[in-house]
Design a protein around this ligand. Structure first.
Ligand code: F6P
Length: 543
């Protein structure tokens, strides 16, 4: 593939950038009063307003030309067909198959995978129902009331994010917790008030070799056995979710208590596989199926909507515009919904593990920026922490605002009005303030003294997308997650990188495996660099 910066579309964008980079959102809105009604798109129950971006119609045309020139559509179709587009691991990338309705067909190596997907979903539903109803008993005959998911990365972030997001729909007499950190504090704190006789551990690991998860799973087993005193208890209190049946059996979990998935599901794309088991137990199979339907709605939109109105494509191209032309380094994701507290953390893995790459598919070093640093936290809390820098700092930070027209917790204010109106007023106010700011003349006109006035100026021209949905339902959540999955995909296609491997996490894992054996003993002689050696020696002396 021609290197990105040499393509005609890129060069055209570069020239165009020179012409429009100083245009302000004030100029753009003044020139076209209908801009806010024009620059939006809808799909899978989500409404995207992208009018508050530093783009003209020509910018959009050129960005779409770039997407076409980079073969985004052909690459998307190849992914959806099950081609092995994850070339460094020789794998298909088929998380979209996890949410296909029964009867659909998609093949990997000539084998239709949809029946297997539905077979596992069916087993998960039966098991989830049995736990929820109390029919599944622990070793002492008591019903399970506590679910502890043990996993990390994609085997944690998806389930914990979605559990928090869908708590409104959860069976509230179940306690659901997520242990990920190898820091013993995590397991200790999350189990300290639980009754082992009523606790089920869901060990979630695609590989079933991940150091943190295996350590936590072994310690959880020891915790259980210390209380119940019988190896046979493991069968009633441990289930596994993995692609590695051998390792699961070696750990001592019965094949009957294992829920499988496949190597064509990437860890950070695995929430809607059996990795979602703890979530399904919490919210029930029906809600889980609604979640999958939402993912599928967005998959359909991504596959079929013209690029001009395709939400993931538009969001991806806006990210390219800021990252590659304006030099923005980060993207703030700001959900105005407390239930979405973990959404930015989830997106960090989805986006940064996928597109944190610096060589092309062909192994050449890129000479352009790839994935952004993704960060954020729920509004309005962020407003009282880091928004100052977004409004008046020296960095350009594009932001995604996410809000819902209806709340799941209508709470009237005792003195009139509603919490939800207050919350949403902040969404609209922030994006307006970021876009249009307040000039020195406006500040002075308010009577602010000359020496204070510069401090009260808001430069504006800070770009934002606003995503609005009616209500946070399982279906909406599925669509929202799939939107970002496909956004990441489109950007990877434009940048010609492999969004589906993660070799960058390997070196640290290997070194940790080596160093852990060096911590408890003065032997062998340390052979690291002088900094690492000195740190290890200090730790050894004081541990
Ligand atoms: O961080 C690397 C990684 O491989 C992620 O991609 C993955 O989600 C996580 O580790 C956990 O892996 P596993 O599910 O195999 O335990």
């Amino acid at each position: 593939m021609t290197t990105l910066t040499e393509t005609p579309a890129w060069k055209a964008l570069q020239a165009h950038f020179g012409e429009v980079k100083d245009l302000t959102l004030r100029d753009l809105f003044a020139a076209d009063p209908t801009r806010g009604e024009r620059l939006n798109a809808e799909g899978a129950g989500l409404y995207l307003d992208y009018s508050k971006h530093r783009i003209t119609d020509e910018t959009l045309r050129l960005l779409l030309a770039l997407a076409r020139e980079r073969g985004v559509e052909a690459r998307r179709d190849a992914m959806l067909r099950g081609e092995k587009i994850n070339v460094t691991e020789g794998r298909a990338v088929l998380h979209t198959a996890l949410r296909l309705p029964g009867g659909a067909r998609v093949a990997v190596d000539g084998q239709d995978v949809v029946p297997d997907v539905h077979e596992v979903l069916g087993r998960m539903a039966t098991f989830a129902q049995a736990v929820r109803s109390g029919e599944w008993r622990g070793h002492t005959g008591q019903p399970i009331r506590n679910i502890v998911n043990i996993g990390i990365g994609g085997s944690d972030l998806g389930p914990v994010m979605a559990y928090e997001a869908l708590k409104h729909y959860a069976q509230r007499d179940l306690t659901v917790r997520f242990v990920s950190n190898v820091d013993g504090t995590d397991l200790t704190e999350k189990t300290r008030d639980l009754d082992p006789a009523q606790t089920l551990f869901v060990v979630s690991s695609k590989t079933f070799t991940t150091q943190e998860t295996m350590a936590n799973a072994r310690s959880a087993r020891a915790w259980l056995l210390a209380a119940l005193g019988d190896e046979a208890a493991v069968a009633r209190h441990f289930v596994a979710v993995s692609t590695n049946a051998q390792a699961v059996q070696k750990f001592g979990i019965d094949a009957a208590n294992m829920f499988g998935f496949w190597d064509w599901v990437g860890g950070r794309y695995s929430l809607d596989s059996a990795i979602g088991l703890s979530l399904m137990i919490a919210v029930g199979p029906e809600h889980f199926r609604d979640l999958l339907a939402g993912f599928h709605d967005m998959d359909e939109h991504f596959a079929k909507a013209p690029l001009e109105r395709n939400l993931p494509v538009l969001m991806a191209l806006l990210g390219v515009w800021y990252g590659n032309f304006f030099g923005a380094q980060t993207l703030a994701v700001l959900p105005y919904d407390q239930y979405l507290a973990y959404f930015p953390a989830y997106l960090q893995q989805l986006d940064m593990e996928s597109n944190g790459k610096s060589v092309t598919l062909g192994g050449e070093r890129v000479d352009y920026q790839t994935g952004p640093v993704v960060w954020g936290q729920p509004g309005t809390n962020g407003q009282h922490a880091f928004y100052q820098l977004i409004h008046q700092g020296t960095k350009l930070i594009p932001c995604d605002f996410i809000g819902f027209c209806q709340t799941l917790n209508p709470l009237p204010l005792p003195d009139g009005g509603h919490h939800h109106d207050l919350l949403m007023a902040n969404v609209f106010a922030q994006t307006e303030a970021l876009a249009f700011g307040k000039t020195l003349a406006e500040v002075r006109a308010e009577g602010v003294p000359a020496d204070l006035a510069p401090h009260k100026v808001f430069g504006g021209n800070r770009p934002t997308s606003t995503l609005l949905a009616d209500r946070l339902t399982p279906r909406t959540l599925g669509a929202l997650i799939a939107l970002y999955e496909h956004k990441v995909f489109v950007q990877g296609a434009v940048w010609d990188i492999n969004s589906f491997d993660q070799w960058g996490v390997e070196l640290g894992k290997v070194l940790a495996g080596q160093i852990v054996g060096e911590l408890g003993t003065p032997e062998p002689e340390l052979a690291h660099d002088s900094s690492t050696n000195a740190l290890i020696r200090r730790y050894r002396a004081r541990r």
